[in-house]
Design a protein around this ligand. Structure first.
Ligand code: G6P
Length: 367
């Protein structure tokens, strides 16, 4: 199969732009329009019996898992453990009966994740996998196969696979919540409706591309960049920092907004751009007060929020990126777009090899 870049300069750019379509494509197999319900490809799999979930992955897939931890606990009230695959076995995790081990992988071949899967199998766990390659080893070794339909991802830095992983994980969280008796039919209908709004919201997020491109040269001149977020925006801050590191080689750190005062604040001066990911909502005020601590120290803030958030706190920022107003459940999918675009344009401004960054591989098959 020959895959080309179409009108795009890089595969990564093409893959960022494919997100509305591939997320819609993925959601189609997890939502039933007719009766406004979420569903799984294996409907007879007994989620009601699951007492604990252990999520294991690497890289960007790990950050998708981190968002899922917030969702599973919030919506289904099921306790969740989360590990990097390379750490999982070595901490001798306690795995009880009735546990579901969930592995997230674009390739389905990452050596650490596969070894972790086999370890969990040996500990008597049920095995679920979210993978983009349905013929992969992980897919074959699973009890519950949850495919993402992102299509082939060529750029080494993962983008559209991440969005599709989040779509599947949101649907899984809703399925688990229903199986646990924690989702009324009305709530379920609401979730389905919000998930169906995702492709349009992704398109609205993509409309920020020119604005992000225009500010990329400022970030390209930085030595260090800090990303802050709270709640599910915290994993996004980590993912934003990872994207920037991977393709632009600028040192970047993602931090929980409230934790900044316990360390990274010492780094803040006028040379450190700080990217704040903060949709308006219950956590907004708290994150804004952390943002103001940055500004008080001369830090240059880029605020990514919606119109309401920007009206409230946009003044004094180096730049603001206006996102559509979205339901908190789909916010992580939508807010991934500006951090991907920012990393992309900074890398292009620096002239690095966007699709094949140095020292990195698309799929890491050694432990
Ligand atoms: C490599 C890739 C990343 C990816 C990670 C996990 O580091 O460069 O983009 O997130 O592996 O890969 P997986 O296929 O398991 O999701």
């Amino acid at each position: 199969q020959l895959i080309d870049k179409g009108n795009h300069r890089h595969f990564m750019q093409k893959e960022i732009y494919e997100q509305p379509v591939v997320v819609a494509q993925t959601l189609r197999s997890y939502l039933s329009r007719i009766d406004a319900r979420v569903s799984l490809p294996i409907p007879e799999f007994d989620l009601g019996a699951i007492r604990r979930v252990t999520i294991v992955a690497c890289g960007t897939s790990y950050y998708a898992g981190m968002v899922a931890k917030y969702w599973f606990e919030q919506f289904a009230r099921v306790p969740v453990d989360l590990d990097f695959a390379s750490e999982f076995r070595y901490r001798a995790p306690v795995m009880e009966d009735g546990g579901l081990a969930l592995f997230i992988s674009q390739s389905g071949e990452t050596a650490d994740t596969l070894a972790a899967l086999r370890h969990a199998r040996g500990e008597g766990q049920k095995i679920a996998v979210v993978v983009n390659v349905p013929s992969s080893t992980m897919a074959r070794e699973s009890d519950l196969l949850l495919p993402t339909h992102a299509g082939p991802e060529i750029g080494v830095a993962s983008t559209k696979a991440f969005a599709c992983q989040l779509a599947v994980l949101a649907a899984l969280a809703a399925n688990l919540a229903r199986a646990k008796g924690r989702l009324s039919p009305e709530e379920e209908r609401d979730i389905v409706r919000h998930l169906e709004e995702t492709p349009a919201a992704l398109n609205a997020a993509l409309a920020n591309d020119p604005a992000i491109e225009a500010m990329a040269h400022v970030i390209a001149g930085a030595r260090d960049v800090l990303y802050l977020g709270r709640g599910t925006d915290y994993p996004l801050a980590l993912e934003g920092a990872l994207k920037l590191k991977e393709i632009s080689y600028i040192h970047a750190e993602g931090y929980a907004a409230g934790e900044m005062k316990h360390g990274p604040i010492a780094l803040i001066d006028e040379n450190v751009p700080v990217i704040v990911i903060a949709p308006s909502g219950p956590l907004f005020e708290k994150t804004v007060s952390n943002m103001q601590e940055v500004q008080a120290r001369g830090g240059k803030v880029v605020l990514i929020s919606d119109a309401e958030g920007i009206a409230q706190a946009g003044e004094g920022c180096l730049a603001t990126i206006e996102m559509p107003k979205v339901h908190p459940l789909i916010a992580p999918l939508v807010y991934a777009v500006p951090v991907q675009l920012l990393a992309y344009h900074v890398a292009v401004a620096k002239g690095t090899d966007v699709d094949q960054p140095r020292n990195l591989a698309k799929s890491v098959t050694v432990e």
